[in-house]
Design a protein around this ligand. Structure first.
Ligand code: AMP
Length: 215
């Protein structure tokens, strides 16, 4: 069973949804750096406020802030994880490699979710997040309207501040320039798995599970 995993892919490629399914089935912690940053922003911490000006503009947060968040997460948890949306730059991938080498626990797998831009746009327009439990909900798939309540906990659904078309275009550009090179980075290390991400979440998850369970 693979226990140290990162999820790569453009915005709304299904990273968060697959992370949730992995956590439910295998009990592995699935930290989302984006979600941690959103919590730090709500709590108005220094790190959160420093990150906010980048996240709100659809720009990647500087590596040193992200590495601080990840290092502190790793120090507080056991060795198993599925990072959703980290690393997003080669500098972050190198920093993760060094942190894990020090612990003698190298990364097992990097999944790359591959989806068309039309799908990304459609998903971003439908995506809502529960303000209470953080569940990702898609209008038309999980709930009938943006005014519905969270199907998991009954909380109020909210739109992410960065889920606008303008911000999405900038996030896509950041992805292509800074994050896409990570696909080759992990391919060169023999741990990349490309996953077609257009299908329904359960069917994408079947491919993910098969890879996780292969020794
Ligand atoms: P996400 O929830 O993964 O879509 O991330 C939301 C936003 O948080 C991104 O658009 C970035 O501004 C920031 N962010 C999340 N993860 C990272 C990362 N690994 N590196 C830099 N910025 C990040």
């Amino acid at each position: 069973m693979k226990r140290r995993i990162v999820l790569l892919g453009p915005p709304a490629s299904g990273k968060g949804t697959q992370a949730e399914l992995i956590r439910e089935k295998y009990g592995i912690e699935t930290p989302s750096v984006g979600a941690i940053l959103r919590e730090l922003q709500v709590a108005k911490t220094d790190l959160g406020m420093r990150a906010a000006k980048y996240t709100n503009a659809g720009l990647l947060v500087p590596d040193e802030i992200i590495i601080e968040v990840v290092q502190s997460w790793l120090e507080k948890h056991d060795g198993a994880f599925v990072f959703d949306g980290f690393p997003r730059t080669t500098g972050q991938a190198e920093a993760l490699e060094i942190l894990l080498a020090k612990r003698g626990t190298p990364l097992d797998l990097a999944f790359s979710f591959e989806v068309d831009f039309a799908t990304i746009q459609d998903r971003v327009c439908r995506r809502m997040v529960c303000g209470q439990c953080g569940s990702i909900v898609s209008v038309g798939l999980h709930v009938t309207s943006a005014l519905s309540l969270c199907p998991r906990c009954g909380g109020t659904l909210e739109r992410r501040g960065d889920d606008t078309l303008e911000t999405l275009m900038r996030r896509m550009q950041e992805y292509r320039e800074k994050s896409e090179p990570l696909v080759s980075y992990y391919e060169a290390r023999g741990i990349l798995r490309r996953i077609p991400g257009e299908a329904m979440p359960e069917s994408v998850f079947a491919s993910v599970s098969a890879e996780l369970e292969t020794d």
